[in-house]
Design a binder for this molecule. Structure first.
Ligand code: SDX
Length: 436
């Protein structure tokens, strides 16, 4: 953080003493006003539910310029990473700050590959769930349960433990997601195969059966790998902030990541891809493109509670760059599968076109986000809708770990403990029940 030569002066109209607040500059992005001493010096808190104007930390990992629609992982534009790198290179970048050279990549891929199996006991957890359990319920349980298996990597303050826990989580998430899927369809689990790529191995564990050989389709594997890259990290979003706050208590990495999985499940966050596809299917069922106008009217009616899922973003007030890349991937996958006339994709593009020309959305700077097209691609690949967010959690695990490790590695970090504006009852006495 670079101290700014600009100061902020806080003054009060009731004559309370003024207070000078230091400002800090980042390398890019908005400056921050340092309020760490505010309460001690004024007895007052700031108030910012939803943290619309609050920086919770300083970070070197991901930068988003919401106005420009720009996303950088460690300074590299997402467009370049999505077209020139694969997911494990991106994992290396997010974890260690630089893209790997060939030798570093080979060593990292080998380490991840050799941790893709899970303990055989894990399958007995799944048996406790109903077959129709939502995959995110299963994933929340399985990821948290990992802390019961890897006692040699649960001390978050030990750098070696953090390192091996990171490798285990990145390596095992695809295996766990595929197991959660196989359990719901009643098929046997497929073990990882070490001679396949990360995304190819995931596709095989998802779609292979013991009855015949499975040959991953290279276009679909590349699309899956790109979906992983696009979802890998996104600065201090709700689930990442959850992981940081949870990890700040010193809990083990698996428990902190499980908290991130639970938060991502919400429809306002990672659950939006499932909700966006369900929304498109509803419109399709009720008449398709001809009914878009009626649906948009519902969205504009605040009392309807209907939102255009996959649209809008707390930070992007322009087109989410990931949505553009996801739309391209849509084209590639649908062409590969001979589905270029896929009605759902046509409906989505028509809905996007109408929304982007509609004053309601333009005025509120509501653009498609990463979730708008990701569901269509995953559905075309054969991923069942309830599994979309589980795949989002698979991809985001590396971002959560990188952010968690950055926090724990900062000697200044403290346990997170926000305060509040109390508007409840002042002290009062309990009356005997007969007098209440
Ligand atoms: C992700 O934070 C991240 O980085 C998250 C994420 C990541 O990679 O980690 O990018 C992943 O979560 C993407 C977002 C996925 N969510 C959805 O697609 C769900 C639909 N979108 C909305 O719920 C909403 O846009 C949010 C939650 C994403 C953002 O909400 P904000 O920033 O709190 O904005 P807001 O709700 O205050 O909206 C501003 C206005 C409001 O109208 P007014 O009160 O000004 O009249 O826009 C309206 C909102 O009602 N609005 C929408 C809308 N999103 C916002 N109206 C209709 N449809 C929508 N989708």
């Amino acid at each position: 953080m670079i101290p700014s030569d600009v100061k902020a002066t806080l003054s009060f109209s009731d004559g309370s003493p003024n207070m000078d607040l230091p400002l800090y500059k980042g390398t890019i992005g908005p400056d921050v006003i340092d309020i760490r001493k505010l309460y001690a010096q004024t007895g007052k808190f700031t108030y910012d539910p939803g943290f619309l104007s609050t920086a919770s930390c300083n970070s070197t990992i991901t930068y988003i310029d919401g106005d420009k629609g720009e996303l950088l992982y460690r300074g590299y534009p997402i467009e370049q990473l999505a077209t020139s790198c694969d997911y494990l290179e991106t994992c290396y970048l997010l974890l260690y700050g630089e893209l790997p050279n060939p030798a570093q990549k080979e060593e990292f891929v080998a380490r991840v590959t050799n941790h893709t199996m899970v303990n055989e006991q894990m399958q007995f957890f799944l048996r406790g769930f109903r077959r129709d359990a939502h995959p995110m319920a299963v994933m929340t349980g399985l990821v948290g349960a990992m802390s019961a298996f890897y006692h040699d990597s649960t001390d978050i303050n030990n750098p070696e433990h953090r390192e091996i826990a990171a490798i285990r989580l990145i390596a095992k998430m695809p295996t766990l997601v595929a197991m959660a899927y196989k359990y719901t369809v009643g098929q046997p689990y497929i073990y990882p195969k070490n001679d396949l790529s990360y995304a190819g191995n995931f596709m095989r564990m998802m779609f292979a059966t013991p009855c015949e050989d499975y040959k991953p389709n290279d276009v679909l594997v590349r699309a899956m790998d790109r979906i992983f890259i696009l979802h890998a990290d996104h600065e201090q979003n709700a689930s990442t902030s959850t992981v940081r706050l949870c990890g700040s208590s010193g809990t083990n990495p698996f428990a902190a990541i499980a908290a991130g999985v639970a938060c991502l499940w919400g429809p306002a966050h990672g659950g939006a891809n499932e909700a966006a596809l369900n929304m498109l299917e509803d419109i399709q069922r009720n008449g398709g493109v001809a009914k878009i106008g009626e649906f948009i009217k519902q969205v504009k009616d605040k009392n309807s509670g209907v939102k255009l899922m996959g649209f809008g973003h707390r930070v992007y007030k322009n087109y989410d760059p990931r949505a553009k890349l996801m739309r391209e991937t849509c084209h590639e996958v649908l062409d590969e599968l001979g589905l270029h006339n896929d009605p759902m994709f046509k409906l989505a593009m028509e809905l996007e076109k109408i929304a982007l020309e509609d004053e309601y959305f333009v005025a509120r700077k509501l653009y498609p986000n990463v979730d708008f097209y990701s569901g269509i691609v995953q559905r075309a690949i054969g991923i069942p809708v309830p599994l979309f967010t589980a795949i989002f959690s698979l991809a985001r695990t590396v971002g959560w770990i990188a952010q968690l490790n950055e926090m724990i590695g900062d000697p200044e970090y403290k346990i997170g403990r926000p305060r509040q504006l109390f508007v409840g009852s002042t002290a009062r006495n309990v009356k005997p029940i007969g007098e209440r």
